[in-house]
Design a protein around this ligand. Structure first.
Ligand code: G6P
Length: 542
């Protein structure tokens, strides 16, 4: 595999002599040759430094890494998350074909469907007002208490699908910072509020602490007996949920073969289902399933996740670009970059291979972003003229949901396309100078000012275009990115499905709490940590 990467690197060295502007000028078919689609979802990667030779090499790299075999192992329930001895089956949660999926010889589909049915009944009960609070009032506000994968998916998707939101208001509390729950509770009435405690493990300190605060909010306002009417839970740890005191009829399970950052398709999606209704939630699953089927069957040059993963590897490992920007031109996708940050960085932020050896070269990139057009007025400067090349991924729908504001949507589209065009084309010194002189700037001043107005261009981007951000399309986009992370992880030869890197901070926080509380001396901690503990203690009031 290393030899393919080396060949690729030299192919790239050769192709880089030719810049993107020249490539577009030389080949009027470049867009159609380097784009692919699934239904109305189009992926244009013609503004990346690829040609047929590079794509052939990338295809070979994906083949040599064994991506197709690993993919099939994942879909068929083999324990590919070997450091935790678990299958990786978020795809079973949206397996709308219902074809059996076996884990240890047992079909998981009946359990998956049973939980979906239970979610549907509960969501309908809350949405219709039939399922009431302790004092007989309908639920108007639902608060999801969870963090990481038990928060980011529902937050992102609820915001993304706001045009479909016809259920009660939704709120999300994640941070251990008491400000988060305090600010949320201020706006709520106990009688009409339902809390969903969402935690795969039901041990996460943030979620457990916030859940206790929420419990006290209900108990103080309505009495202990009211608590059961105002809580539901989502977890794989049903025994721990029972110990917390939530009625079994309001507990929705999932399984250890669902990773936290892949759990939006499970009962973790309950708040989304309550917001948009079971039917639209079903369409969200349908969209992901369609992408799964495509990922399993389409040949490399037509396979969106394979191409996106291969280009990710190309940018990170061959061209050595350390980050990538996710730039949705959709305000409702404002949490999509944060969602992808967990999906990608928690999955592929590893430096040990499946053989326990150091990763050769780079693994997953830093993922970041904000919606356009806002980002244009903030950080795009660096993407255009900074010293690092940052591959950008644009997403844009042909249609918004505000027909009366069509002119605003057209401006949004024009801005999105203008950015990728500018990144690709750039502006030469001669162009910068002639633009200045055309404005009446003297020759001497134009010589002085022009270098500041040069854009190198030749900066890569991928653009996704689709009809509209429906539940189906959102489901398919998330699944696309999940599989891209998978493809990259297999090529990096890492386990994308564990997350040991989050453990150490958690352990140290547990040890530091009594020190912060002043119950234990800071001995044994480094002088910076001990110094910070006493600086905070000196400033503590009350
Ligand atoms: O759902 P929970 O068990 O509460 O876990 C919430 C989150 O916490 C952990 O620290 C993991 O890094 C995440 O992958 C997980 O999504």
């Amino acid at each position: 595999m290393q030899s393919i990467i080396d060949t690729l690197t030299s192919t790239v060295a050769a192709t880089h002599a030719e810049d993107l502007r020249a490539a577009f000028a030389a080949d009027p078919q470049r867009f159609s040759r380097f784009s692919a689609k699934l239904d109305d979802l189009l992926m244009d990667y013609s503004k990346c430094a690829v040609n047929d030779a590079v794509l052939e090499q990338l295809e070979q790299l994906v083949k040599a890494a064994g991506v197709a075999d690993k993919r099939d192992q994942m879909f068929s329930g083999e324990p590919i998350n070997f450091t935790e001895g678990r299958a990786v089956l978020h795809t079973a949660l949206r397996n709308r074909s219902n074809r059996p999926v076996l884990v240890d010889g047992r079909d998981v589909m009946p359990d998956v469907n049973a939980v979906l049915d239970a979610m549907r009944v509960f969501a309908d009960g809350i949405r219709s007002g039939e399922m009431k609070g302790a004092t007989g009032k309908a639920i108007t506000d639902v608060v999801n208490i969870g963090i990481g994968g038990s928060d980011l998916g529902p937050v992102m998707a609820t915001l993304a699908l706001a045009p479909f939101h016809d259920g009660p208001r939704l709120h999300f509390v994640s941070n251990i910072d008491g400000a988060h729950i305090a600010d949320t509770l201020k706006t709520l009435h106990a009688e009409t509020t339902l809390f969903i405690v969402a935690s795969k493990t039901f041990t996460t300190i943030e979620t457990m602490t916030n859940a206790q605060t929420a419990r006290a909010f209900i108990a103080d306002a309505l009495g202990e007996d009211a608590v059961g009417h105002h809580f539901a839970a989502v977890s794989t740890a049903l025994d721990k949920v029972a110990a917390f005191g939530i009625d079994a009829a309001r507990v929705f399970g999932f399984w250890d073969w669902v990773g936290g950052r892949y759990s939006i398709w499970s009962a973790i999606g309950l708040p989304l289902m309550i917001a948009i209704g079971p039917e639209h939630f079903g369409e969200f699953l349908d969209g992901a399933h369609a992408m799964d089927e495509h990922f399993r069957a389409a040949p490399f040059r037509e396979n969106l996740p394979m191409l996106l993963g291969a280009l990710g590897v190309y940018h990170r490992k061959v061209l050595d670009y350390p980050t990538r920007a996710i730039l949705p031109y959709d305000q409702r996708l404002s949490r999509f970059p944060a969602y992808l940050q967990q999906l990608d960085m928690e999955s592929n932020g590893k430096s040990v291979t499946i053989d326990g050896k150091p990763v050769h070269g780079a693994s997953g990139p830093v993922v970041w972003g904000e919606p356009g057009t806002n980002g244009q007025h903030a950080f795009y400067q660096l993407i255009h003229q900074g010293t690092s090349v940052i591959p950008a991924e644009f997403l844009i729908a042909a249609n918004g949901f505000e027909p009366a504001l069509r002119h605003q949507h057209e401006l949004l589209i024009a801005n999105c396309l203008a950015q990728s065009e500018a990144l690709m084309k750039g502006r030469t010194l001669a162009e910068a100078k002639s633009q200045l002189t055309a404005k009446g700037v003297s020759d001497e001043d134009a010589d002085f000012l022009a270098p500041h107005r040069v854009f190198s261009g030749n900066r890569p981007s991928i653009t996704f275009v689709y009809d509209q951000l429906t539940p189906f399309r959102l489901g398919s986009l998330i699944a696309l990115y999940e599989h891209r992370v998978f493809v990259e992880g297999v090529v990096f030869r890492i386990n994308s499905f564990d997350q040991w890197g989050v453990e150490l901070g958690k352990e140290l926080a547990t040890g530091l709490l009594p020190v912060v509380q002043g119950k234990v001396a800071a001995t044994g901690h480094d002088s910076s940590t001990a110094g910070l503990v006493s600086a905070l203690a000196e400033r503590k009031r009350g």
